[in-house]
Ligand binder design. Structure first.
Ligand code: 1GP
Ligand code: MG
Length: 238
């Protein structure tokens, strides 16, 4: 695994870039954490980062099943009831979602250079719309987007990334695609799709769960496009 330092040799040659959304471009994972902590404590349980790591990046119903299983809430709440319960709070929080550091600069840079970019998020379309309330212009730069409701098998299955790549005409070879992800399930999905993957994990995520990516970065601000055969950022840092 590379470190992202300036002395690093070329890490790959890619032509197309696929972005995850939650926890990668948008600072939305904290919303889920707050709401799920609240719900867990109502049942006398603790919502840990270990559990969060197993849920993040997955489609809502799959994450909900994980929570009910792991907290042993069977007979107390169903995954479907859990989703209904958290919805009202999330619906209020999502429209306030902010961009994570480096997201806007990177997207605008790739777009300005004509590099094909798309979005592959496990969020369903309604949540996607709420979360991007403040960022319509930026998210309009994507050539296309695939949301969780458009695939049967969510991350860690490769389907969402393969579908995202298939929507480009002509469709690139998966090996020519670079995926940015924050979640272990997303990294697994990208690698299962045969794509390169850069992981930008939350600082709280156990680094033992960050091993599958081709490169680990603390922030999108550390990304060096030229290491992947992409145009470098301007020297003045703009
Ligand atoms: O695939 P992303 O965009 O991270 O969405 C996952 C999110 O719905 C919960 O973690
Ligand atoms: Mg994510």
């Amino acid at each position: 695994m590379g470190s992202g330092s300036s002395a690093e040799p070329t890490l790959g040659k890619v032509t197309h870039v696929v972005f995850d959304m939650d926890g990668l471009l948008l600072d939305t994972e904290g919303f889920y954490t707050v709401v799920q902590q609240r719900l867990a404590s109502r049942f006398g349980k603790e919502f840990t980062w270990e559990l969060k790591a197993k849920m993040m990046g997955k489609k809502a119903i799959e994450a909900a099943r994980t929570l009910v299983d792991e907290l042993d809430l069977h007979g107390k709440i169903t995954p479907e009831e859990f989703l209904t319960e958290r919805e009202e709070a999330l619906d209020e929080m999502f429209p306030t979602a902010q961009l994570l550091p480096g997201a806007e600069r990177l997207l605008r840079h790739l777009h300005a250079h004509g590099i094909p970019v798309c979005l592959a998020t496990s969020s369903h379309l309604r949540h996607y719309s709420l979360k991007t309330t403040l960022h319509g212009d930026l998210f309009a730069l994507f050539n296309h987007r695939v949301t969780g409701d458009q695939v049967s098998n969510g991350k860690p299955a490769p389907d969402i990334f393969l579908q995202a790549a298939s929507l480009w005409q002509p469709a690139p070879d998966p090996a020519s695609c670079l995926v940015f992800e924050d979640a272990p399930s997303g990294v697994q999905a990208a690698k299962a799709a045969g794509m390169s993957c850069i992981m930008v994990p939350d600082p709280n995520l156990d680094r033992k769960l960050c091993g599958g990516a081709d490169l680990l970065l603390d922030s999108l601000e550390q990304f060096r496009p030229e290491q992947w055969g992409l145009p470098p950022f301007p020297a003045d840092g703009s």
